[in-house]
Design a protein around this ligand. Structure first.
Ligand SMILES: Nc1nc2c(ncn2[C@@H]2O[C@H](COP(=O)(O)OP(=O)(O)O)[C@@H](O)[C@H]2O)c(=O)[nH]1
Ligand SMILES: Nc1ncnc2c1ncn2[C@@H]1O[C@H](COP(=O)(O)OP(=O)(O)O)[C@@H](O)[C@H]1O
Length: 225
């Protein structure tokens, strides 16, 4: 068997900062497996499990899911990806979650998308998603080829129940109070890399150049941006 070193990364940033969009580009360029906490939660909700109902009520109110539930869910998935290089998107969102991740895995790098709140609010109300794949569109930035339909499957796109202006305000508040301390946690460990800007297409080349230096050449799928 060919042994190679594994690379484990986390992507952080306020809701709507472009984590999902940048994660897709990172997976495509560097072959990291993308695990999105929000996509996992929405899959649980769609399956209508009892836990899914609890999750939906938290999400729709713009609140975080309790740490113990969240850590169990994510760590179970990561244990199944023991042999993979991965990119975690949306987890950890609290210092307690970061500590539980740390107790099992070493995070090599944390990419922090630093996008102003004013920029984000407009984006989220024009976000459209394909629920089962997690593909994300925007009526201004990256519209689907046929309005309202997913480019790959042709299935209808939907808007998220938590992308209303009121819930976005609550999510940004939760980010400030509960998630920003996680940035400090990773900064003190020396693994935080912050990318500031208002446009994903301008931020992305910097993220690409940064990762190209960190990830062994053998793991990179494509060279270009
Ligand atoms: N106008 C604009 N929209 C963007 C940009 N980058 C991403 N988006 C859109 O903003 C919304 C939020 O992006 P997403 O990647 O889902 O962010 P996340 O919530 O951090 O995962 C989506 O509808 C994206 O298509 C950008 O540079 N400009
Ligand atoms: N790590 C987490 N801890 C607690 N709640 C979470 C976590 N990840 C996602 N959620 C819940 O799911 C919602 C949507 O998350 P996500 O899809 O990552 O949205 P966004 O990328 O727009 O911030 C969050 O507002 C929160 O209620």
């Amino acid at each position: 068997m060919l042994l190679r070193s594994l690379f484990r990364a986390v992507i952080m940033g306020p809701p709507g900062s472009g984590k999902g969009t940048v994660s897709s580009r990172i997976s495509e360029s560097f072959g990291l497996q993308h695990l999105s906490s929000g996509d996992m939660l929405r899959a649980n909700i769609k399956a209508k499990s009892e836990l899914g109902l609890l999750m939906k009520s938290c999400i729709d109110q713009g609140q975080l899911i309790p740490d113990d539930v969240m850590s169990r869910l994510i760590l179970a998935s990561l244990r199944e990806m023991e042999q993979s290089s991965w990119l975690l998107d949306g987890f950890p969102r609290t210092v307690a979650q970061a500590e539980s991740l740390d107790s099992v895995f070493t995070v090599d790098t944390v990419i922090n998308l630093d996008v102003p709140f004013e920029t984000i609010k407009e984006r989220l109300t024009s976000r459209w998603v394909h629920l089962s794949s997690g593909r994300v569109y925007n009526t201004d930035f990256n519209p689907p080829r046929i309005p309202g339909l997913d480019d790959v499957t042709g299935e209808p796109l939907t808007q998220r129940d938590d992308d209303t202006p009121e819930t976005v305000t609550r999510r940004l508040k939760a980010y400030e109070t509960q998630t920003q301390p996680v940035l400090e946690y990773y900064r003190s460990k020396g693994v935080l890399a912050t990318f500031t800007g208002t446009e994903t297409n301008k931020i992305w080349p910097h993220v690409h150049a940064f990762l190209a230096k960190k990830i062994p050449q053998s793991q990179q799928v494509r060279g270009g941006v």
